[in-house]
Design a protein around this ligand. Structure first.
Ligand code: DAH
Length: 346
């Protein structure tokens, strides 16, 4: 027990410190005890305070005695401190032992998103018949997205593609930049910088102010463009028919090219397809816009429309993916629900 006397002899203090340090169970209580003996108002310190009233000789004599006592207590403290630290470290080491025999944590295997799977499948098909795959920015100029494609400012066809405008302007014509509404501006980008024959597809993200079960504000398209001295609408029919048969791995399907309107093609068509077997058999499904590239657009590419002609198409990747896998709602693609995503592995 601690001594609680009004006056202490130096020996009492040493004994008490010895006892108290011995009883300290951990570093925290040891450091508390230290304060009681060696702190600013500690027991040893009070002895030093008494020195003030002594003569010089007594001061020297007593000072040596007090200092020895202090050193003794400090020595005991250091020993106990080292002992406790070692104990605490040992305890920690044995608690934190690693069991090397436990089985490892398995890694989750990710998979390619269904839309990317479709994109890769399409790229492979078109590469096999000599098309180059190109890529470009999602932020576009008004010229590339609309005007060069025969939809000048104020053209009513622009309202079919309501978009997101940026606060930044295109320095060339002072019009705001925008998120591309379709992949068609890739036609302009590529054809103004490359000489015919031009034979490309351009897959990527597109944006419109649209959101419901079959529309998402961000969606994917794939653009196709073939320009040369003789390629025509007839080539479009052959190529697109073969593409769909390869894509769905099904020869038993029909296509129709329904007259339509796009400012950048003349004639323009909506491509519809129909499965002749399977669960979707007998229904016409709209799959792509297409057409023969308009002479004004050829001119905007910087090419002579008397010399060059060609076809273009723009198809929605979500639509193709939904049909291939029988998916009913487009929003599944963007919910990141693994139960959905993991079903599509091929
Ligand atoms: N860009 C059109 C759209 O998003 C689709 C399209 C139609 C692309 C006809 C074309 C085309 O290249 O020739 O609605």
């Amino acid at each position: 027990m601690l001594l609680r006397k009004m006056t202490y002899s130096l020996d009492d203090v040493i004994k008490e410190a010895e006892l108290e340090f011995k009883n300290a169970k951990d570093s925290a209580s040891l450091e508390n005890s230290k304060a009681r003996f060696l702190g600013k108002n500690g027991l040893i310190t009070t002895f030093f305070k008494q020195l003030a009233s002594l003569s010089i000789d007594d001061k020297r004599q007593q000072g040596i005695i007090f200092n020895n006592a202090k050193k003794r207590i400090e020595q005991m403290l250091v020993e106990k401190r080292e002992y406790l630290q070692k104990m605490e470290l040992d305890a920690r080491n044995s608690n934190e032992l690693i069991d090397v025999t436990l089985p490892g944590r398995g890694k989750m295997i990710g998979s390619i998103h269904p839309i990317m799977r479709t994109q890769e499948r399409i790229e492979k098909i078109f590469r096999s018949i000599g098309f180059k795959v190109i890529d470009g920015p999602e932020i576009e100029t008004d010229w590339n997205n609309f005007t060069a494609l025969n939809s000048p400012l104020g053209h009513p066809a622009r309202s079919m593609q309501d978009t997101f405008y940026l606060d930044f302007k295109d320095h060339k014509n002072d019009l705001p930049l925008l998120l591309r509404t379709h992949t068609s501006p890739m036609q302009v980008r590529y054809a103004t910088n490359n000489k015919p024959p031009i034979k490309i597809i351009a897959p990527g993200k597109t944006y419109r102010v649209d959101s419901d079960a079959t529309h998402s504000p961000m969606f994917h398209q794939i653009e196709g463009l073939w320009i040369s001295e003789e390629v025509s609408f007839a080539d479009l029919k052959g190529i697109y028919t073969n593409f769909l048969k390869c894509f769905f791995e099904n020869d038993n399907l029909s296509l129709r090219f329904r007259p339509s309107f796009f400012p950048f093609t003349e004639p323009s068509a909506e491509i519809d397809m129909m499965f002749n077997d399977g669960p979707n058999r007998g229904k016409w499904l709209e799959i792509s816009g297409a057409g023969q590239v308009h002479p004004n657009v050829i001119k905007n590419f910087g090419l002579d429309p008397e010399k060059y002609m060609g076809f273009a198409f723009g198809s929605g990747l979500e639509r193709l993916t939904m049909l291939r896998y029988g998916i009913s709602d487009l929003r599944y693609f963007y919910e990141n629900d693994l139960r959905f995503l993991q079903q599509i592995r091929y």
